[in-house]
Design a protein around this ligand. Structure first.
Ligand code: ATP
Ligand code: MG
Length: 400
């Protein structure tokens, strides 16, 4: 079928007035951004609560795949557009009817289906009203395709006809990602490791319109260049949805070694995680972020028991920590990871800074007062090491 246009559906209809305008503007901006990387010519128009894309010389699959990365879109409807017959000065019903028949022929090779015609007459100068059009087109379809049947309650094919300056015919709705368009909320700092969880957590918050900046704690030479590259690649997968991600690579080795030398080894993970959060908090505040994001989920590992979470949470002073996966089971997280195309990268078997120094039996119910006491043994040098880590922050700009 040769489509010429897409009708874009979006939800969040609770957004009214000025906010609705901002939402739609942001959505159009994001659509423009992804269409720039597609072959073809596209013209986006916004009219009366709808967004249309007129398209020519385009690749259908590529266009759809890219539109499916735009948060805020709930549905993409490929449409056929027909011009109104200007010369005759008569809106040409015959023309419309033929186009509808051709549309059905093109889109549905098997026509043993039920259908319903739903006309929206936006241009009230069209001489038939929408009910008349529904009925006439329904009749014409039945005449042409006796194998089709009308079902007004639960049809297999909803044939939409929108009469405006031009006429759009569409029936299929390809799902979009939903959410809110990027740039309608603030910015947050994602603690991005090479695992399965944190990229999913970043995706979920980004889906609410939040811009993502990321921080990765690297531990060379204990972790390899390949492990770092994996995190850059994961940031790239998030950037596919958000356009760009600034990734801060923090050299964490000296801090880890220092903790290793001065603290009980069963508390290593929790103390390390407290320093990660502290540093992330400082970078985030300096970059005007409004929150931190982690991929933590209650009970998943020793460092994610309620006691551990309480213990790591208390070091963050400047902003809330968002943990979108907190109540998710692993399989649900894996499902999203697969859906967003991160899974294959996430499972590459490279070492992570947390696993290198991990104790055989880490504390699972740390007490913050005891941890704080043990951290006093770091007092000599830890501030200086944290400062050096911040000063040597390497920023990788990833754009898609
Ligand atoms: P993930 O799959 O996201 O690595 P995980 O199940 O391995 O998570 P942990 O290693 O306990 O869990 O880490 C919990 C969270 O802490 C991660 O989701 C991530 O947000 C953050 N984190 C862990 N390691 C790092 C790191 N090296 N750099 C940045 N953030 C990290
Ligand atoms: Mg991890």
């Amino acid at each position: 079928m040769q489509y010429h246009a897409f009708v874009i559906k979006y939800a969040e209809i609770g957004i009214k007035g000025k906010n609705r305008y901002i939402f739609e503007e942001a959505l159009v901006r994001q659509m423009r951004r992804v269409l720039e990387r597609c072959e073809g010519k596209f013209v986006i128009t916004r009219v009366a609560g709808r967004i249309y894309i007129e398209a020519s010389d385009f690749d259908f699959d590529e266009t759809i795949a890219n539109l499916q990365t735009v948060f805020g879109i709930t549905g993409i409807c490929p449409a056929v557009t027909i011009e109104r017959d200007e010369n005759a000065k008569l809106p040409d019903y015959q023309h419309l009817s033929e186009a509808v028949i051709k549309f059905i022929e093109g889109v549905y090779p098997d026509r043993h289906k039920t259908f319903k015609v739903k006309c929206r007459r936006v241009d009230k100068t069209y001489p038939m009203d929408s009910m008349e059009i529904d009925r006439s087109l329904g009749g014409d379809i039945l005449e042409h395709f006796p194998e089709m049947k009308v079902d007004v309650h639960d049809p297999e094919i909803w044939l939409n006809v929108e009469i405006r300056e031009k006429i759009n015919i569409f029936s299929e709705i390809i799902p979009g990602p939903g959410g809110m368009p990027l740039g309608t909320s603030g910015k947050a700092m994602l603690l991005l490791s090479g695992g399965i969880d944190s990229p999913v957590a970043g995706y979920m918050i980004a889906k609410r319109g939040v811009e993502i900046e990321a921080v990765y704690f690297n531990a060379p030479p204990y972790t390899s260049e390949r492990a770092r590259q994996k995190v850059v690649d994961l940031a790239g997968i998030i950037a596919k949805y958000t356009g760009k991600v600034r990734l801060h690579v923090i050299n964490f080795t000296e801090i880890q070694l220092y903790i290793y030398d001065h603290c009980p080894h069963d508390e290593l993970t929790i103390i390390m995680r407290r320093y990660m959060m502290k540093i992330a908090d400082r970078i985030a505040a300096s970059q005007n972020c409004l929150g931190l994001i982690t991929g933590e989920s209650i009970g998943q590992v020793a460092s994610q028991t309620m006691q551990s979470l309480l213990c790591t949470n208390e070091v963050v002073e400047d902003m809330p920590v968002y943990r979108p996966l907190i109540a998710f089971d692993k399989q649900d997280i894996v499902d999203i990871s697969l859906k967003i195309g991160a899974y294959d990268t996430s499972i590459l078997p490279y070492e992570d800074c947390c696993t290198i120094f991990v104790a055989k039996h880490p504390v699972t119910k740390p007490r913050a007062d005891i941890i704080r006491k043990h951290e006093l043994d770091l007092a000599d040098k830890i501030d200086e090491l944290v400062q050096t880590a911040l000063d040597t922050d390497e920023v990788v700009e990833i754009r898609k």
